[in-house]
Ligand binder design. Structure first.
Ligand code: PLP
Length: 454
């Protein structure tokens, strides 16, 4: 970048950024994003970008939906804040809780609100512990997650996350959180192993870990229906059936972290539907408000809800909650956002546009740098490799992903490089011509950085 502007310099001086190398940041300066429209955002130099990641996998309805602005303003004018502690409530939080339960077709029984996905998963851990204490199973506290799973960054939720950068330097993970292998057939499958056989091996690994730890110490298994931040990893065929069978056998709760996959991302309202997951607990966030305001929800099935409710009676309270749990403005915006998703058929659009996206990316399969194209619905990744035949990654790992992430800006495209996998997760409102435009900009970027492969 050329000489830095005053706002860039002030950012460097005063603002410590999440997920950012602060030393590099001071050298290169931030890109200042000023406004958004539909699937596009614009920087302060007037440059347009297709937001191929919906921000952070999150803006379903696009970047300037006036109905969400009105919903927020109306609620601000009426009741800008009230809490939901100690027998108080307000209409937006009630309506949203009811709506979420209805969307699960009654599979889930109640909703508990938090501000972020991390807090929601932190809440899940506490609920699982509380649940087992209520049942007198005081040793049943360990939670099993997966390598490359992403569940957030609080002390406890970062311990579920299976990514080294979230542990390194933070003295994590906590000892109660265990990890099994990432179900990535392309990388973890053995030569000649079918998807189904790989899934069987993954489930056997889970069972072995439960038996080694002792079933009376293992409380829950958590997973994203499709892994997002770990590299958009679609589970192998039969994976979720086999994993759930193991969990049921040892009375281990199944937690579906649908923070990315909820509200249509995979072309179904929830990812659980797509994979036949019958969760005891579901976690929702991001597309719940299109991220216009911070909000997350933990949905509980009756099995967990009824025990927690009863135990709160015994102990005198459920001693957990946030000032902004069920915030009236955030829940009002969520309700309007979900109305838009339903009225405009955005789940169906995600299914249709998902097919366009998946087939146009799969058309790149013969490209010499493309190792694997994966995804389902409107989420996808293209893994680039140094050697297509041996699947050898680049050295250093991530150099291609970083180069594409950077160079794509020059082509008016924002994507994410996860090591050398390039992730796509555009807003659910995207149309066919825009999908082709996005993939075209990606292909142009790939040509630009091709020389780096040598
Ligand atoms: N769970 C999943 C599956 C996520 O993708 C994320 C964020 O990307 C989180 C949890 C954490 O959410 P937040 O960043 O709102 O804390």
């Amino acid at each position: 970048m050329s000489a830095l502007s005053p706002i860039q310099n002030r950012d460097i001086s005063y603002h410590l950024h999440p997920y950012t190398n602060a030393v590099k940041h001071a050298q290169v300066g931030p890109r200042v994003i000023e406004r958004g429209q539909g699937i596009y955002v614009y920087d302060d130099q007037g440059r347009e970008y297709i937001e191929g990641m919906s921000g952070l996998w999150s803006v379903a309805v696009g970047f300037n939906e006036p109905r969400l602005v009105r919903a927020a303003a109306d609620q601000m004018g009426k009741l800008p804040f009230y809490h939901t502690f100690s027998h108080k409530t307000h209409t937006p939080s009630v309506e949203l809780a009811e709506k979420l339960v209805q969307l699960t077709k009654g599979r889930m029984r109640s909703a508990f609100f938090t501000n972020s996905g991390s807090e929601a998963n932190d809440t899940v851990i506490k609920m699982v512990w509380y649940y087992n204490n209520a049942l007198g199973r005081t040793n049943k506290k360990k939670i099993i997650a997966r390598n490359k799973g992403y569940h957030g960054v609080t002390v406890a939720s970062a311990s579920l996350t299976g990514l080294a950068p979230n542990h390194r330097g933070f003295d994590l993970p906590l000892a109660q959180m265990k990890h099994v292998s990432c179900p990535h057939w392309y990388r973890e499958g053995q030569p000649g192993e079918t998807e189904e056989a790989f899934a069987t091996r993954m489930a056997a690994e889970l069972e072995t870990l439960i038996l080694e730890e002792g079933p009376d110490t293992v409380a829950a298994f958590i997973g994203e229906p499709v892994m997002g931040a770990g590299g958009v990893i679609v589970p192998p065929a039969t994976y979720w059936d086999k994993i759930q069978a193991v969990c049921r056998k040892y009375d281990v709760l199944v937690v579906a972290d649908e923070v990315i996959t909820g509200f249509g991302r995979l072309g179904t309202m929830f990812g659980s539907q797509k994979f036949g997951i019958e969760p005891d607990i579901m976690v929702l966030s991001k597309q719940i408000t299109s991220s216009y305001l911070p909000l997350a929800a933990v949905l509980l099935g009756d099995k967990v809800h009824s025990v927690i409710a009863r135990y709160s009676g015994e102990l005198g309270t459920f001693g957990h909650g946030y000032t902004a749990s069920g915030h009236p403005v955030a829940t009002a915006v969520a309700l309007e956002n979900i109305r838009i998703i339903e009225e405009r058929g955005l789940v169906e659009n995600a299914a249709r546009m998902g097919e366009v996206l998946q087939s146009s990316l799969r058309a790149l399969n013969d490209h010499p740098l493309v190792g694997e194209v994966r995804g389902t619905g409107l989420i996808a990744a293209v893994e680039l490799v140094a050697d297509k035949n041996t699947r050898r990654p680049f050295d250093p790992l991530g150099k291609m992903g970083a180069a594409i992430f950077e160079k794509a800006h020059e082509h008016g495209l924002i994507v994410r490089g996860i090591q050398d996998s390039i992730a796509f997760c555009p807003p659910l409102i995207i149309d066919e011509q825009q999908v082709h435009d996005m993939v075209g900009r990606y292909v142009d970027t790939l040509e630009d950085v091709r020389s780096l492969a040598d």
